[in-house]
Design a protein around this ligand. Structure first.
Ligand code: TRP
Length: 354
C-alpha cells in the first residue's frame, strides 16, 4: 500500500523538525531570505515573515537579508523609484528589530560576485526545468500580456545564487517560494555532484514555513504592496484607521469566527488576534452582536497599539539618513567579501583557478 501525503504537509512537518534542530544548536544555521524592493512593507510582512526573522536572530541564528533589486526588474517597470524603495524596506527591517550588528543586509546589485555565480549555476539547469516552475509560470501569466523577459525565466537560479553565495542553509519562505527553493537545492546538488564530489561545497538549504495564517487585504484579496489593500508599517495611526474603516466585511450583524464561510470577517479577527496574542474566537465572542463597526474599532486599536513602538523607532531611524547609508554599505561590504570567497572556491572546484 502506498501512503500519499500532501507535499505541503510534508514541508510543514520538515519545518517543525528543523525548528527543533535550530533551537538545539542555532550556531549551525545561517538564514538567507529577503524581499523585492517594490514599496514599503506591510502588516502581512511583519506578521508573516519579519517577526519570524527577528525571532531567529534573537535565538542566535546568523541572518542575511537580500533586498532583491535585480528581481524587481524581472517583471516591473519601476524606473526611478528603486533607491527610495530600498530605503523603505531597510527602515522596515531595522524598525522591526533586525540588528545590523549581527545581521547582514545587502542589495543584489552591489555584490557582483554573487551575480557571477549565476553563470555556472545556469549551466546546471535545463530550460524545460525553469519553464515548469509554477511561480515563474504564474508571474509570466500575470505580466499583463507583455512578453516576459529572459530574466524572469532565470530568476529562480538567481535566487539560488542569493542563498548559496553565503552558504545559507535555512530559508524562511512562504508557500509560493517553495518551488524556488527546490531549484536552489537542485543547483547545490548538481554543483556538488559535478564539481565537488569528494567535499561538497554547497549545503542543500531547507525551507522554514512559518505557521502564521495568511491575512487578507482590506478588499478581501491577498495583501499586496501594489493593491493598496494593506496597512503599511510606516502608516500613521490615522491612515491605519481610515484604511481599516473601509475594510470589506459582510452583511451579518453578529461577529463570528468562521474562516470558510466568512473569510473577510475572519481575516479581520485574525489580524487583531495576531496583534494582541488573543484568539480570534475569543475576540468574536466579545464583539458579538455589536457588528462590523465594533469589530473594526477593535482591529484598529490592536494594530495601532502593536505597531506603536515599531513606528516610533522607524521615525527615529528615518531622521538619520547617514546611519541608513552606513548600515547598507557595511552589509554590502560584508556580503561582497563572502561572495568573493565563495566564487574563488567555485573557480577552484571548476578548475578555473588560473
Ligand atoms: N523572491 C522573493 C520575493 O519575491 C525575494 C527573494 C529574493 C528571496 N531572493 C531570495 C527570498 C532568496 C528567499 C531567498 O519575496
Amino acid at each position: 500500500m502506498t501512503v500519499r501525503t500532501d507535499p505541503l504537509e510534508r514541508a510543514a512537518a520538515r519545518s517543525a523538525r528543523l525548528e527543533e534542530r535550530i533551537a538545539a544548536s542555532p550556531e549551525r544555521f545561517r538564514v538567507l531570505t529577503g524581499d523585492r524592493p517594490t514599496g514599503p512593507l506591510h502588516l502581512g510582512h511583519l506578521l508573516g515573515t519579519l517577526a519570524n526573522r527577528v525571532r531567529l536572530q534573537r535565538a542566535g541564528v546568523e541572518v542575511f537579508l537580500v533586498i532583491a533589486d535585480y528581481q524587481v526588474v524581472t517583471d516591473r517597470d519601476l524606473v526611478g523609484t528603486l533607491a527610495q524603495n530600498v530605503r523603505e524596506v531597510l527602515l522596515d527591517y531595522l524598525a522591526a528589530g533586525i540588528d545590523p550588528s549581527t545581521a547582514t543586509i545587502f542589495t543584489h546589485s552591489a555584490v557582483p560576485e554573487l551575480n557571477q555565480l549565476l553563470v555556472p549555476f545556469l549551466s546546471l539547469v535545463t530550460v524545460a526545468e525553469l519553464q515548469r516552475n509554477p511561480t515563474v509560470k504564474a508571474e509570466a501569466a500575470a505580466s499583463g500580456g507583455s512578453a516576459p523577459g529572459a530574466l524572469l525565466l532565470t530568476y529562480p537560479v538567481h535566487q539560488a545564487a542569493d542563498i548559496l553565495f553565503c552558504r545559507g542553509n535555512v530559508v524562511p519562505v512562504g508557500r509560493d517560494q517553495l518551488p524556488h527553493l527546490e531549484t536552489t537545492r537542485l543547483v547545490a546538488r548538481r554543483f556538488n555532484a559535478r564539481y565537488a564530489p569528494s567535499a561538497p561545497l554547497f549545503p542543500e538549504p531547507e525551507g522554514l514555513l512559518s505557521e502564521v495564517p495568511v491575512l487578507l487585504g482590506t478588499d478581501g484579496a491577498k495583501m499586496s504592496k501594489s493593491r493598496g489593500n494593506a496597512v503599511e508599517l510606516r502608516a500613521t495611526e490615522d491612515k491605519t484607521r481610515r484604511l481599516l474603516g473601509r475594510a470589506r466585511t459582510d452583511s451579518e450583524r453578529t461577529v463570528t469566527y468562521e474562516p470558510e464561510r466568512r473569510p473577510a470577517v475572519a481575516s479581520l479577527l485574525l489580524t487583531a488576534a495576531s496583534c494582541t496574542g488573543r484568539t480570534p474566537t475569543d475576540l468574536a465572542d466579545e464583539i458579538g452582536d455589536r457588528g462590523a463597526a465594533a469589530l473594526k474599532a477593535v482591529v484598529v486599536e490592536a494594530v495601532n497599539e502593536h505597531l506603536r513602538p515599531l513606528r516610533r523607532r522607524r521615525r527615529e531611524l528615518a531622521a538619520d539618513p547617514g546611519h541608513l547609508r552606513d548600515v547598507l554599505a557595511a552589509g554590502n561590504r560584508r556580503a561582497t567579501g563572502i561572495a568573493a570567497d565563495t566564487l574563488d572556491r567555485v573557480r577552484t572546484c571548476m578548475d578555473m583557478a588560473y
